[in-house]
Design a protein around this ligand. Structure first.
Ligand SMILES: Nc1ncnc2c1ncn2[C@@H]1O[C@H](COP(=O)(O)OP(=O)(O)OP(=O)(O)O)[C@@H](O)[C@H]1O
Ligand SMILES: [Mg+2]
Length: 347
């Protein structure tokens, strides 16, 4: 049974430009994140991942706008909240974001300890001492010295600011954490430590996560379900097991060949030729068509509709040839080891 915490339904997001040549950054995007799930959103640079994250929390750049479709959080349309309501009731408390760039997330003129006290005062029953203790505890989790809790953000390096933001994102124990390439500034050991910490709290907090990355192996190892994006379109969505075992969109298929696999250390990585198109003007074609070995004329004659894979509505591929892909891909995909799987499953 599905129990969505966040739903995207046919969402279009555009950025206006001075020349009137709008960027259609996200086109007809649909996916759904279930409560308690870790959901990975993967795709190469510029495909629209951060735009999606920003739209969820009303943080699009001033020239950006959700032009159609619906975004629902716990069944309520996010667009229905006023900015004030959203900031009071949802931001940080329900949904917190670890942004791709840590700049501007923290108040530059307030000590971090005071920012924690303010947050706690506003949203919790914690005493001042408890509020500071909670920050101390989280500083330890993210590898910051607790002696720095009374510092100002500018006294931290970029990597340390990123860690402080992660501490604040966890501070109010939100239901949904959006992590936009959160760990690019962190080393692998710290990434694992933070993910382990969140996993440890998953049951107590009923936490869900939208993990945004360009690295499909991170998603396979840490998430329960996922969406693959290409050129402003969702290409495929489903459980990680579905997408790993039965990818049906050509981009998802080729991506699997493009990442290093511990089971095949000598395998040469496939390179996906070509570039995604500039998303200026109407996107009424499959944005992968120019790079797709299996493209047909119809791929350029309209945006593809979602196809349920093997009749399963939870596993969808936006490809007109989804039904044929198993056969077509068999020639392309490396064999998978029978017994070993890299899937972590998120639990
Ligand atoms: N304020 C803006 N005005 C115009 N175009 C924008 C704006 N912000 C983003 N874009 C464009 O929208 C598209 C999607 O950008 P987005 O930042 O969402 O990509 P991304 O998938 O997060 O990439 P990355 O992996 O590099 O972070 C890109 O073509 C980008 O150039
Ligand atoms: Mg981004």
């Amino acid at each position: 049974m599905t129990d969505p915490i966040l739903e995207f339904e046919d969402v279009d997001i555009r950025y206006r430009t001075e020349k009137g040549n709008d960027v259609h950054a996200v086109n007809d995007a649909s996916f759904s994140i279930n409560r308690h799930d870790y959901f990975g959103l993967v795709g190469e640079s510029g495909c629209g991942k951060s735009t999606i994250a920003d739209a969820i929390v009303g943080g699009l750049d001033a020239n950006g706008e959700v032009t159609s479709g619906t975004i629902r959080y716990k069944g309520e349309e996010i667009q229905d909240y006023s900015e004030k309501e959203f900031n009071q009731n949802v931001r940080w408390k329900e949904i917190s974001v670890i942004p791709q760039s840590s700049m501007n997330s923290l108040d530059p003129v307030m000590k971090l300890s005071n920012q924690a006290v303010e947050m706690a005062k506003y949203h919790t029953d914690l005493t001042k001492t408890e509020a500071i203790d909670r920050l101390r505890e989280l500083f330890e989790v993210v590898g910051l010295s607790e002696s720095r809790i009374h510092d100002y953000p500018h006294q931290f390096s970029g990597g340390m600011q990123q860690r402080a933001i992660i501490a604040f994102a966890l501070y109010l124990r939100p239901s949904l954490i959006i992590a936009d390439e959160p760990t690019t500034a962190l080393d692998v050991i710290m990434q694992d430590q933070i993910i382990d910490y969140i996993n440890g709290l998953k049951d107590d907090w009923d936490i869900s996560m939208l993990m945004i990355t360009h690295d499909i192996s991170v998603v396979f190892e840490n998430c329960d379900s996922m969406a693959v994006m290409h050129g402003g379109q969702v290409a495929e969505t489903g459980s990680v097991v579905d997408v790993y075992d039965r990818p049906r969109h050509p981009y998802a298929i080729l991506l699997q060949n493009a990442f290093p696999d511990v089971r095949f250390p000598d395998r040469e990585l496939a390179v996906i030729d070509g570039h995604p198109p500039q998303l200026r003007g109407e996107v009424d074609f499959c944005t992968f068509a120019d790079r797709c070995p299996w493209a047909q004329p119809e791929c350029r004659e309209g945006a593809p509709d979602a196809q349920a894979v093997a009749g399963d509505d939870d596993h969808q591929a936006w490809c007109v040839r989804a039904d044929e892909m198993e056969e077509l891909a068999a020639e392309h995909l490396e064999p998978k080891a029978e017994e070993e799987s890299i899937l972590g499953g998120g639990e």
